[in-house]
Design a binder for this molecule. Structure first.
Ligand code: PAN
Ligand code: ZN
Length: 188
């Protein structure tokens, strides 16, 4: 890897030299939202974009760092806010999230069922230790954008989150986001 510096643009976005761009649409999120009826109704109307993830993977042969930017489009499926799929790191490896723009929440869970939720606001940092499954949620009316930094060669485990979700759901309440228990959740 060669050194590089990236400007923060007027829109609050870093211009990443991305090696991979992943877009998740509603159709990619089947089974992830609690309200299956609302999901089906929205999908029948339009296969909307939920989030995009630009990843710059470290390709060198020393320890290095990989990093990326995620942008979650504002909106809800039923009452549940747009969110990432979420995953555990199957191998050892911690991660840092730095919020650039918008208003989000970070949902964390251990495999034993412990859950935590943190606010993500511009300039704020969250530290995700190994062993904590993580998902981000856009709880604002604008795009929610954050940087993530992690050690390379991590294996991302999506399977258990896909099956059982997180212990907590992040829902649109009358005066802002409210957390509710996820009836489908099982520790495992
Ligand atoms: C993040 C996530 C990114 C997309 O960079 O990969 O926000 O979320 P999903 O991977 O859950 O679809 C990260 O945690 N990397 O390890
Ligand atoms: Zn991760």
């Amino acid at each position: 890897m060669l050194p590089f510096g990236l400007p923060l643009t007027a829109e609050g976005l870093l211009q990443l030299p991305a090696t991979k761009t992943i877009s998740r649409r509603l159709s990619d999120m089947r089974g992830y939202y609690a309200d299956a009826e609302a999901y089906a109704a929205r999908l029948a109307a339009e296969d909307s974009l939920i989030y995009t993830f630009w990843e710059t993977e470290y390709t060198g042969d020393t320890r290095g760092l990989s990093f990326g930017i995620t942008e979650i489009v504002p909106g809800t499926v039923g009452r549940e806010f747009h969110m990432t799929k979420g995953h555990f790191h199957a191998s050892d490896g911690d991660e840092i999230y730095l919020t650039l723009k918008g208003r989000g929440k970070l949902l964390l869970q251990t495999r034993q069922g412990e859950a935590r939720t943190y606010d993500m606001t511009p300039g704020g940092i969250c530290y995700i230790p190994t062993g904590w499954g993580h998902r981000t949620v856009n709880v604002g009316a604008e795009p929610f954008i954050f940087v993530s930094i992690w050690p390379p060669h991590i294996v991302h485990d999506y399977e258990s989150v896909q099956k059982y979700g997180f212990p907590q759901l992040m829902l649109q309440g009358d005066s802002g986001p409210v957390e509710a228990p996820n009836p489908r959740y099982q520790a495992g």
